[in-house]
Design a binder for this molecule. Structure first.
Ligand code: NAD
Length: 297
């Protein structure tokens, strides 16, 4: 069993850290929100006072943080991992884009710390149940060493040794997830305006060729019942769409659909707020069309 540092105990990080602890690992945790830190300590974790403190207590540090800027600060800032006395490897599971992964990885490597780029997909349910898709780009030997730990949080895919490659993989996935939700909301709005019951439409779509991650997961769980609680904020999905655009630009790949999807999320961000659940994109469509996408009964 290992001592593992864990930074960022949010929607994803908290259940991942709890799974590591349930598997017998000892977790040294840090989050800027004292209340979530206290909750994990109540389950048996040790608390640290900064990323630097974590990195001076354990060799292996994991993180699940909101934005590229926060990942940079946690890794390279004055109180960051970089100056830790014990840290040897950093398993970074946030969605940051390939450029941040490359730059942070390079800066850490100069201090003898290996970054293992490991973004995840599969939502809060996946984090709770250990069924995330874990995408890893890292030197093969580091991957081999850490795979047993990553197996605890999900299905692990080694995507290559090239730094940042796993981030590109993750953003390809999230662009598809965002687009499926946007286009499903739009398609459903036409049927709803014609008088079809949204719940019936979802049942038909899921038995037919239109089914996708939005029709199978997001609509039944959060949109039809009107709970809008899937567990991923509009701000984070909006960030991922911006990051996807950057990946496309780095590769000189023109995108025609992405700007439309991005504009819909921009409007959701403006009208529903950064902290709204990303399924609130359906509310934006409802407002525009003047219909309801909630189940009738
Ligand atoms: P979240 O906002 O719920 O959690 C982030 C946590 O980081 C919070 O607890 C916050 O207090 C903490 N934090 C912020 N700044 C910090 C700092 N400087 N030092 C320490 N802790 C700090 O976000 P989330 O939904 O858990 O997502 C985390 C990452 O995983 C993001 O990059 C997101 O894009 C990605 N992701 C999320 C999901 C999802 O469904 N929620 C799925 C896959 C990937």
């Amino acid at each position: 069993m290992m001592d593992i540092g864990f930074i960022g105990l949010g929607n994803m990080g908290f259940p991942m850290a709890r799974r590591l602890m349930n598997a017998g690992h000892h977790v040294v945790a840090y989050d800027t929100r004292p209340e979530v830190l206290a909750q994990l300590v109540a389950l048996g974790a040790a608390a640290a006072v900064s990323p630097l403190d974590v990195a001076s207590k354990v060799e292996t540090v994991m993180s699940s943080l909101p934005t590229p800027a926060i990942v940079r600060a946690v890794a390279l800032g004055p109180d960051g991992l970089l100056n830790g006395t014990k840290i040897k490897r950093f398993i970074e599971m946030s969605t940051t884009g390939s450029q941040t992964a490359i730059e942070v990885g390079q800066a850490l490597r100069e201090r003898g710390i290996q970054m293992i780029d490991s973004p995840v997909s599969g939502g809060v349910n996946g984090a709770v149940n250990g069924t995330l898709a874990v995408m890893v780009s890292a030197p093969q030997q580091d991957f081999d060493l850490l795979k047993p730990v990553l197996d605890i949080i999900g299905k692990v895919f080694f995507v290559g040794e090239k730094p940042g490659l796993a981030q590109t993989m993750k953003l390809v996935n999230n662009y598809l997830s965002a687009t499926a939700l946007a286009v499903t909301s739009e398609a459903m709005s036409v049927g709803a305006k014609a008088g079809l019951d949204p719940a019936l439409m979802i049942s038909v779509i899921n038995a037919g060729s239109g089914r996708n991650s939005a029709s199978q997961d997001k609509f039944p769980k959060s949109i039809l019942p009107g709970t809008f609680d899937f567990g991923f904020t509009t701000a984070l999905m909006f960030k991922d769409l911006l990051l996807f655009k950057q990946e496309a630009d780095y590769m000189h790949v023109p995108t025609t659909i992405a700007p439309e999807v991005h504009a819909l999320w921009q409007a959701t961000h403006d009208h529903e707020g950064a902290d709204s659940d990303f399924t609130a994109v359906a509310k934006e469509v409802e407002r525009r069309v003047g219909i309801s996408l909630r189940a009738k009964s």
